[in-house]
Design a protein around this ligand. Structure first.
Ligand code: UDP
Length: 239
């Protein structure tokens, strides 16, 4: 099975909204169950999977700060939201029979292991899915940046960035009929054109360390498997 796959160790970045389904808020058990099943299909191919999940379906620091809340406090709430999502995903993965460990950047030993890099790698080598919770542990960052940082730390082959569109376009394809999809982009193009791939901090971190990013559509069944097999289903950002 391993020969079918293009990437041996992946970091899958899910936004919080990916767990919300049509509700647009909170966690939809059906949606999270489907994602867990797709992750199982990927681990069945022998691929090592690490996950970073956002928190936007529950709380976003910038949004709260814009209404007057202290930014750092709001960001800590956002990080706690990612822990809730991570626990929900752990449960969903366990329900489909996958051993999973949540490693939190903010210590809360009763709930999750503390993030220890070597331990994360050991879990992956043993075939466990690891979920990196609480972002980077620092305010003023995003879970995209956490995904880039952790991907680098565990030597992932690629970041798979799950979205609701099948790649990166020159303009919003829903509004502009002339919008074209890029099959590949360089990091510098993403930064210069201000394309919505990941934020600039996350993108430049990947650029400095030559870590490719694939933007793909999570709403199409089977796409995570297609992505790890190297099929041309989205946009790849590289050097
Ligand atoms: N956050 C943070 N530091 C981090 C990661 C996340 O402060 O390293 C906070 C920030 O407030 C952010 C929230 O957690 O708004 C949720 O993360 P994010 O917005 O990246 O989630 P997503 O958009 O992927 O759902």
């Amino acid at each position: 099975a391993a020969s079918e796959v293009h990437y041996r160790r992946i970091l899958l970045k899910l936004s919080g909204e990916a767990l919300a389904g049509n509700q647009g808020y909170g966690i939809d058990p059906t949606v999270i169950g489907n994602i867990a099943q797709e992750i199982k299909d990927v681990t069945d191919l022998g691929v090592q999977v690490a996950l970073v999940i956002g928190g936007g379906n529950i709380f976003r620091g910038v949004a709260a700060a814009s209404k007057g809340m202290d930014r750092a406090s709001a960001d800590y709430m956002g990080m706690l939201a990612t822990v809730m999502n991570s626990l929900a995903m752990q449960d969903a993965l366990e329900q489909v029979g996958i051993l999973t460990r949540v490693l939190s950047a903010i210590e809360m030993r009763e709930v999750a292991e503390p993030y220890i890099r070597r331990r994360a790698i050991r879990h992956l080598e043993k075939g466990r899915v690891v979920i990196f919770a609480a972002g980077t542990g620092n305010p003023y960052f995003t879970t995209d940046t956490a995904a880039s940082l952790r991907a680098m730390e565990i030597n992932a082959d690629i970041i798979l960035k799950a979205t609701k569109v099948d790649g990166v376009y020159s303009a919003d394809p829903k509004k502009d009929h002339d919008a074209v999809k890029y099959s590949t982009l360089t990091y510098l193009e993403v930064l210069k054109k201000g394309l919505q791939v990941m934020d600039a901090t996350a993108t430049s971190l990947c650029m400095d360390n030559d870590l490719p990013i694939m933007v793909f559509d999570l709403t199409v069944d089977g796409n995570i498997v297609r992505a790890v097999k190297g099929e041309d289903i989205g946009t790849i950002v590289k050097g």
